[in-house]
Design a protein around this ligand. Structure first.
Ligand code: NAX
Length: 328
């Protein structure tokens, strides 16, 4: 039988953690034939709550779950980690400027990057969920110089999945009829969900919609502001859907994406599509042999170009801020 895979989850006692851990332990992250060991990282005040979640995991008697360890020390939590799901982050407080937010998160993601560098397994794959996810991933990556840069990614799969459903509803089609949708840029309100290269039933999605006003004034803002709409409706931010997207991201990274389709993930830019090299930006991606590859050769029209540039410029500003703060 296969050796267990060590999965480190930060922010394990939070609401995404609660939605995520049971799915990892049931085999949905890595596949039904892969045993897992969970390594949960929390701040000291939340360790007790993480222990409660671990009790419930025990009570599920998951056949694939071979152990749960709980830590309040990043160096220990990432020891031997094959997968790191970096969920815990510092939320934006009242009156907090973006620089303050980035600095506060630097205090989390810098030491976690160092911990990954020091002790993670050679095949470590990192997905950052905690916001601002792209730049947090950049901070962790910059502080893990011995780990290949490509192993640090940030999550835009929830945005991708949100866009799939909005388009399917608009056209009255199934999710399964939609292919090649892309989220470009930052996981923020500037993100650009692109229908011009997407397909519905084999035809062009933007043409099938045939309604530029809907695309600009309805579709794009609905996808980009969905997180706020969930908070408004639920009184709490997206949790189960975020956990689901994290599962999708890692599963595809490990197991590959289907032929004839692609997905969206924020990965280090190689300069493709004019995105400055090194920025962790969302692209159309396929996963082959355990690696993300950016889909090449897509046509980017003027409308898309402006949207992509706006989101990428925001990432450049975030990078410049964390550079000044000495975090990268
Ligand atoms: P919660 O506040 O419920 O949980 C966060 C947990 O992280 C807490 O238990 C806290 O104690 C822990 N934590 C804080 N600092 C830590 C540290 N240094 N080490 C380990 N644990 C630490 O938030 P939750 O709703 O679970 O959301 C977590 C993060 O996901 C937030 O940053 C949120 O903004 C982000 N999201 C990202 C999404 C995406 O698509 N990329 C969507 C969903 C979500 O909004």
């Amino acid at each position: 039988s296969k050796a267990p895979v060590n999965v480190t989850v930060t922010g394990a006692a939070g609401q995404i953690g609660y939605a995520l851990l049971f799915r990892i332990a049931s085999g949905q992250l890595l596949g039904a034939d892969t045993p897992v060991k969970l390594r949960l990282l929390e701040i000291p005040q939340a360790v007790k709550a993480a222990e409660g979640t671990a009790m419930e995991l025990d009570d599920c008697a998951f056949p694939l779950l071979q152990g749960i360890d709980i830590f309040d020390d990043a160096t220990k939590a990432f020891e031997g980690a094959n997968v790191g799901l970096l969920v815990g982050a510092r939320p934006r407080g009242k009156g907090m400027e973006r620089g303050d937010l980035l600095q506060a998160n630097g205090g989390i993601f810098k030491p976690q990057g160092e911990a990954i560098n020091a002790g993670a397994a050679d095949d470590i794959r990192v997905l950052v969920v905690g916001n601002p996810a792209n730049t947090n991933a950049l901070i962790a990556q910059s502080n893990a110089p011995d780990v290949p840069a490509e192993r640090f990614t940030a999550m835009t799969r929830l945005d991708h999945n949100r866009a799939l459903t909005q388009l399917a509803k608009k056209l009255g089609v199934s999710i399964n009829d939609i292919k090649k949708l892309t989220i470009w840029g930052n996981h923020s309100a500037t993100q650009y969900p692109d229908l011009f290269n997407a397909e519905v039933g084999g035809g062009n999605a933007a043409k099938a919609v045939g309604d530029q006003a809907w695309l600009e004034n309805d579709f794009i803002p609905t996808v980009a502001k969905r997180g706020a709409a969930i908070i408004e409706a639920r009184g709490a931010s997206s949790a189960a859907s975020a956990a689901n997207a994290a599962i999708d991201h890692v599963f595809d990274w490990v197991n590959g994406t289907p032929e004839g389709d692609w997905t969206s993930a924020a990965i280090p830019s190689d300069g493709s599509y004019g995105v400055p090299e090194g920025l962790i930006s969302s692209f159309p991606v396929v996963s082959r042999e355990g690696k993300w590859e950016i889909v090449q050769g897509l046509e980017i029209d003027e409308f898309s170009r402006a949207r992509i540039d706006a989101s990428v410029n925001e990432l450049v500003e975030e990078r410049d801020t964390v550079r000044k703060l000495g975090l990268v």
